[in-house]
Design a protein. Structure first.
Length: 91
């Protein structure tokens, strides 16, 4: 396995890019806005990097003015080693 060479900021940017690409392909992709990205587990590093390779990118559903919604978050799990992005089931 080749070493992944990137800074923590580059890892976050790549995680957000992979998540954005997944969301853009969804029929409801324009109804969410990105909140941010965080390591899925701060102590979980990949075998090929000194930085976390598992990330969670969080989106929030855009709610029309005057409406309310219960929950409303979309979580995308990112694995930088395999460059995969998957939607996480709700809790």
């Amino acid at each position: 396995m080749a070493r992944l060479r990137f800074t923590l900021e580059e890892a976050r940017d790549l995680a957000e890019l992979l998540a954005d690409n997944l969301i853009a392909g969804m029929s409801w992709g324009t109804t969410v806005r990105k909140i941010g990205a965080t390591p899925a587990s701060p102590d979980r590093q990949g075998k090929s990097s000194k930085h976390p390779t598992a990330w969670t990118v969080i989106y929030q559903i855009k709610v029309p003015e005057g409406s309310t919604i219960d929950g409303g978050e979309v979580f995308v799990e990112i694995d930088l080693e395999s460059k995969s992005a998957t939607l996480r089931d709700s809790f």
